[in-house]
Design a protein around this ligand. Structure first.
Ligand code: ADP
Ligand code: MG
Length: 238
């Protein structure tokens, strides 16, 4: 029997994780990065994932982003059981459904800011230079289009990543410590973008150490040793 959790409106939740376990083989034996995690995230929700270093936050986000697979358990996103998909279908599903913002940016170093965005468009469908330019302008980087990542500050690189993550308008945004490498001013800029995206209806799952960032979310999920140790609804008004 398949049990599907229902949201208040009666439709299935956008993200539905059940019994996720992820083990890594190591010389000292198996490392259990995630240990039987179940989590449901509604469409439009903003969830902050917290917890000490090594508690499994990145592993969770990577599985959610279909970049990694659990050793056991199931991942349903937008009604799709992602493990039923072929490699090709999974790549397509990821390109259409998920945008990524990482702490380490992961921009292609020998492509300009504009080209990094064009590449994301290319993986999704077709490149559209005007649209890519508008995306850069929307993060305040209209005049940095032809800069290489090495010619941009950390804050500017992260804004290119935001433009890249959003260019294909994915419903889900995954951010792994998006402000981890930024100064206070750029942290504020990234926070403003996330707020705007949340208001526009994007579903955001964000790993953060920063209680101020976490306070922007609707809910926090705290991991300890690969398990959910606490879940809290954030009551502070944005
Ligand atoms: P966090 O993001 O919370 O710091 P991670 O999800 O990166 O934690 O890691 C959780 C645990 O899994 C850690 O003990 C880490 O050492 C281990 N781990 C993560 N990735 C790998 C890997 N590729 N191979 C082996 N162990 C890993
Ligand atoms: Mg991590």
């Amino acid at each position: 029997m398949t049990v599907i959790s229902q949201s208040a409106s009666g439709s299935e939740a956008l993200i539905h994780l059940r019994g996720l376990t992820r083990e890594y083989a190591s010389r000292a034996g198996a490392v259990r990065a995630l240990d039987n995690i179940s989590l449901t995230i509604e469409r439009g929700e903003w969830v902050a994932v917290m917890g000490p270093s090594g508690s499994g936050k990145s592993t969770l986000v990577n599985i959610l982003g279909c970049l990694d697979q659990p050793t056991s358990g199931s991942v349903r996103i937008a009604g799709t059981d992602v493990h039923q998909l072929s490699r090709q279908e999974l790549d397509r599903f990821r390109a259409e459904t998920i945008g990524f913002i990482f702490q380490q940016f992961h921009l292609i170093p020998y492509l300009t800011a504009l080209e990094n965005i064009l590449l994301a468009q290319y993986f999704h469908s077709m490149t559209d230079e005007d649209e890519a330019q508008r995306a850069l302008a929307s993060v305040g980087l209209a005049d940095r289009a032809s800069h290489l990542p090495s010619q941009l500050s950390g804050g500017e690189q992260q804004r290119v990543c935001i433009a890249r993550a959003l260019i294909n308008q994915p419903p889900i945004l995954l951010a792994d410590e998006p402000t981890g490498n930024l100064d206070a001013a750029n942290q504020e800029i990234v926070q403003q973008h996330l707020r705007t995206l949340h208001r526009a209806g994007h579903t955001i799952v964000m790993v953060t150490h920063d209680p101020e960032m976490a306070a922007l979310a609707d809910r926090t999920v705290e991991l300890h040793h690969g398990r959910i140790a606490a879940e809290r609804r954030v009551l502070v008004q944005r």
